[in-house]
Write a protein that binds this ligand. Sequence first.
Ligand SMILES: Cc1cc2nc3c(=O)[nH]c(=O)nc-3n(C[C@H](O)[C@H](O)[C@H](O)COP(=O)(O)OP(=O)(O)OC[C@H]3O[C@@H](n4cnc5c(N)ncnc54)[C@H](O)[C@@H]3O)c2cc1C
Length: 390
Amino acid sequence: MIMQPIRDAYDVVIVGARCAGAATAMLLAALGVRVLVFDKSRLGSDTMSTHALMRPAVLLLHRWGITDRLDAEETPRIRKTTFVYSSEEERRCLEIDIRPRHGVGALYAPRRTVLDRLLAEAARDAGADVRHWLQMLDLLHDRGGRVRGVKVRDETGRVQEVRAGLVIGADGRRSNVARLVGATPYVWGRHGTNCSFGYFDNLPVDGNRWYFRPGMGAGAIPTNDGQTLVFASVPEAAALGSASARNDAFHEVIAESAPDVADRLPQARLDGKLRFFPAMRGFLRQPWGEGWALVGDSGYMSDPITAHGITNALRDADILARTIAEDAKLADYQTARDDLSLKFFEISDRVASLDWDISTVQQYHQLMSQEMSREEDAITAAAGASATAA
Ligand SMILES: Cc1cc2nc3c(=O)[nH]c(=O)nc-3n(C[C@H](O)[C@H](O)[C@H](O)COP(=O)(O)OP(=O)(O)OC[C@H]3O[C@@H](n4cnc5c(N)ncnc54)[C@H](O)[C@@H]3O)c2cc1C
């Protein structure tokens, strides 16, 4: 396919074309906004992330027609979540069937190679100009200091300036847009977990399985290609300097917290290597300013232990796109984001300490479940309000 040249100007330019950026582009383009969304990585490439989706995320994907595409990619439908809490003294097992609500009767945990590609394709289908292998080098400003566009470089080395009414940074937790506009965090997490994970063949599991034991967390999650994602988390203070130390820690956590998985690991086959994410404390950054906004991890990152980053990214893409479409103040976007985030963030941070007893972490999960219901209600109410306005 012959690509048209990138235009000199768009209404909105979005840096980063994964779950936050592609979803925002899709929603804006569907409303007739002229959008450029681009990423320095390849379409369909992987990224450092596990990918369990919570109900609010699936609700949005269902509404956007993406769950049909996930089904077409044979992404397993997850109909049960099991929490296994254990300590030296006791073991508690809580099985939850995923009951249909708001049209959602199953969860998903699509590989990022699948989810991010489907969202980018949906953005293109909606009319956005979607580019990969394109890197933002700098922001453009007017004399008053307002952000007015981006300077980009394509894979041939050609540098171009692109003007925009609004530049959105969807460029992840180490966001360059945030750095260039000086968007600093105003809430910081106090804890972070080290996470190792890998993809296993021949290790079927019945739904999502989450394991919590003082000092550690783990999970076994069904995903694409018949594989099971297995992850293990330990506190940030753990000494994991070498690959062998990380490998040992992974197997120790699985053996202690998830013996039903550990028993079957010898017959399973690890596809490639274990991946390792060193602890990084979460934050909420100022997500807007003159001519710019942040969405996804660039504006709000929570620890992977509570598996909520993609859900946040999709939810905030929805809020930001509505804010822009309604010509409302970007401050309203921040208010709505923080209203749905601050309590969850605090609980997530406590879970990430891995310093609790099993009754306490169970309470944290109940509180998180309440917050997720609030998210679902907010998403549903916002869609209802838009439908009425239309
Ligand atoms: C170990 C780990 C496990 C996780 N597990 C889960 C989980 O189970 N469930 C869950 O919901 N969340 C999970 N998360 C969180 C999730 O990965 C993030 O919340 C999510 O990726 C945020 O999406 P995003 O689109 O904001 O940013 P990213 O996915 O980080 O995408 C940012 C994109 O911006 C691009 N970019 C950056 N700079 C530039 C530039 N200058 N020019 C062009 N492009 C640029 C990058 O190439 C990248 O593709 C996990 C995270 C980690 C680290």
